[in-house]
Write a protein that binds this ligand. Structure first.
Ligand SMILES: Nc1ncnc2c1ncn2[C@@H]1O[C@H](COP(=O)(O)OP(=O)(O)OP(=O)(O)O)[C@@H](O)[C@H]1O
Ligand SMILES: O=P(O)(O)OC[C@@]1(O)O[C@H](CO)[C@@H](O)[C@@H]1O
Length: 302
């Protein structure tokens, strides 16, 4: 069973324009939507859609927190959130012509005592795996993630920025940097797939059993004791890439939960992310056919 921890959830607002962004005038949108977001919450929604037992925890507050709580309840996602005084943030993705603008708020300031409250929620679920996803709100340091990792007998997976990854001290089952985050975390040249695999391999020594590097349109690399695996991305029509990394990770975790090997897990991850990027925002696509779709993904050893 997986518990996801989102210290800094968000309502994701996605606004679509037919024309390019321009300053000093009113832009009129063609379409707009709100989704419950934050990396761990996205993963919990996707895992639930793939019938994997999962509980979403994290910090919620204000009217945006209420929206997230109600959306997850409607989607049948099990939750165990901790209430905070501030208001959960609202992040905006503007899709204008072919360009994507991501505008993320910092989130409400919280006190360190929230880590104890969250740990209590996590322990109460007795999970096998815990995924800590997303940025930290003001008031918390990377120690908040280390404390979750060291707080019980579970494997911890972490999906956060390169600056935070670099500062973690505990032992982790996996981290999931994207290309820029891998570059930030390691300082290595990540301009080629091979360079990314080298950087991921070297980064394992910092306390990560496996590194899953997501490379956008170039696919993904999974490096661990079983070797270096590379999956090409599928050739698809992308609407926006918000939540693409969460989808890749959810597919991998879903397959591992079902007992699959790393190769099948990577195929599943790429298949799930391909479904997500073909839809606007972080809405959950139909994943009932994912075990068939993953056969379209080619994995090779580097
Ligand atoms: N342009 C694309 N074409 C095909 N697949 C894509 C494209 N962009 C992303 N993907 C798929 O999504 C996966 C994750 O993408 P990416 O590396 O952009 O994640 P990310 O930067 O962590 O995203 P986010 O932080 O928004 O969740 C890729 O490994 C790939 O399978
Ligand atoms: O600011 P963070 O925590 O790094 O990222 C938050 C976020 O952009 O990531 C998700 C997509 O991966 C969105 O649901 C959410 O708004």
């Amino acid at each position: 069973m997986i518990v996801t921890v989102t210290y800094n959830p968000a309502v994701d607002q996605t606004i679509q324009f037919d024309e390019q962004m321009a300053p000093d005038r009113v832009m009129r949108a063609e379409d707009a939507q709100f989704d419950a977001g934050g990396k761990g919450i996205n993963a919990a929604q996707l895992l639930t859609a793939m019938d994997r037992p999962c509980v979403a925890t994290g910090l919620l507050g204000g009217f945006t927190g209420t929206f997230i709580r109600e959306t997850l309840q409607d989607d049948g996602v099990e939750t165990a959130f901790v209430d905070v005084d501030g208001t959960t943030r609202l992040n905006t993705t503007a899709i204008a012509a072919a360009e994507e603008y991501k505008l993320n708020q910092a989130g409400p300031t919280v006190g360190e005592s929230v880590v104890d409250s969250l740990l209590e929620q996590v322990r109460a679920q007795s999970p096998d795996r815990v995924l800590v996803g997303g940025s930290l709100p003001p008031g918390l340091s990377p120690d908040a993630i280390d404390r979750i990792a060291a707080g019980g007998d579970w494997e911890t997976i972490v999906d956060t920025g390169g600056d935070i990854l670099r500062e973690l001290d505990a032992q982790y089952g996996l981290c999931k940097p994207n290309r820029a985050e891998l570059g930030d975390a390691t300082g290595a040249d990540v301009s080629t797939v091979e360079g990314c695999a080298d950087a991921a391999e070297a980064f394992r020594e910092r306390g990560f059993d496996r590194v899953l590097a997501s490379l956008g349109a170039d696919g993904a690399v999974l490096v661990g004791d079983a070797g270096r695996l590379y999956a090409e991305a599928l050739d698809i029509d992308v609407v926006d890439t918000v939540g693409a990394g969460d989808a890749l990770l959810s597919g991998v975790l879903s397959a591992w939960e079902a007992g699959a090997d790393d190769e099948t897990a990577l195929q599943t991850g790429v298949a799930v992310s391909s479904q997500v990027v073909q839809r606007a925002g972080t809405a959950v696509p139909d994943l009932s056919d994912i075990e068939t779709l993953r056969d379209n993904v080619t994995v090779r050893r580097l």
